[in-house]
Design a protein around this ligand. Sequence first.
Ligand SMILES: Cc1cc2nc3c(=O)[nH]c(=O)nc-3n(C[C@H](O)[C@H](O)[C@H](O)COP(=O)(O)OP(=O)(O)OC[C@H]3O[C@@H](n4cnc5c(N)ncnc54)[C@H](O)[C@@H]3O)c2cc1C
Ligand code: SF4
Length: 332
Amino acid sequence: MKRFAYSRPTSVSDASDDAAEDGTQIIAGGTTMVDLMKIGVLEPEALVDITGLRDLERYEVGADRMRFGALAKMSTVADDPAVIDAFPALSDSLWKAASPQLRNVATLGGNILQRTRCPYFRDTAYAQCNKRNPGSGCAALDGGETGMHAIFGGSDACVAMYPGDFAQALVAFDAEVTTRGPGGTRSIPFADLHVLPGDDPHIETVLEPGEIVTEIALPMIPAMRNSFYMKARNRESYAFAAASAAVGIEMDGDTVRDVRIALGGVAATPWRATAAEESLKGGPLTEETAREAGRIAFQDAEPLEGSAYKIELGADVVAGALMTAKSRMGGE
Ligand SMILES: Cc1cc2nc3c(=O)[nH]c(=O)nc-3n(C[C@H](O)[C@H](O)[C@H](O)COP(=O)(O)OP(=O)(O)OC[C@H]3O[C@@H](n4cnc5c(N)ncnc54)[C@H](O)[C@@H]3O)c2cc1C
Ligand code: SF4
């Protein structure tokens, strides 16, 4: 590993100023960052460790809003009875990610900003990777293995998949992130945080140099209470999703009043399935309508040969998640 400078500021403004320096990267739990440094994918000149910003560990489940400091740990939030009660899909999405050891260290802010698991991005023996080396080509598109690549949102330059689970619960339920950068504080709808690869896959978010995610917040939405995160995974892919869905439903008698569906393991960014949501609103939720919503969710997919299996799998996951959310409603 290359030598690097290290600082651990205790104020957000100092951390942001330090992180804005050229060649500097932010580190929180380090489970992505150290991993990528060890394998030579990232070689920062300096690391700004933000774990000294203790205020960012706080979180609360209020009557109108849930707010999570960016340094809240995955395991702490996943296990909190108030979170499980108010928004089961959020807890599910954290529970079903990584291992207990990783969840005890990894932070929510780091989780949403984790990097792709594309094997060619992670292996510096492959010269062709537009994300790692802009302009070098794409080993995946150039005849590579594409079983864990995106079928939505990819481009001619990159088909890497966004690998996280938690992000699907956030994008489905209108989350927002607050950031602090050298230019001040701003709020960003979570749906706008990640950007599609286009011609510049090395740009993954709208964050500016030195901009630190300080908080993730969600409005309380009735469909959260009847929510579920379903995840299908390949044994050989660590624990990352081959296809997943975060869903939530609000019923008015037998009629769907509100429904949220986001897809994981299939897209270049966290991906909301709005056409599938619309297909269900105002009608009944049955095995048949859930299956149809699953089909609609994947009707515009653009798979490569290796990733075509995700269409049927993903549609089944959406339908299964919807019916599980419905069955969890009990007497409602
Ligand atoms: C074996 C293995 C299996 C895994 N399986 C899963 C899985 O199934 N599902 C899943 O979702 N994840 C999985 N992960 C990923 C894991 O959840 C992430 O590595 C972790 O959540 C990252 O959090 P962290 O605090 O360690 O982030 P770090 O590694 O410290 O940082 C990650 C990235 O975010 C940036 N960053 C961190 N915090 C901030 C902030 N507040 N503001 C701005 N930038 C920031 C860093 O610069 C870095 O680019 C797995 C990881 C491993 C190693
Ligand atoms: S899919 Fe993206 S990350 Fe993977 S090799 Fe191609 S450019 Fe690199």
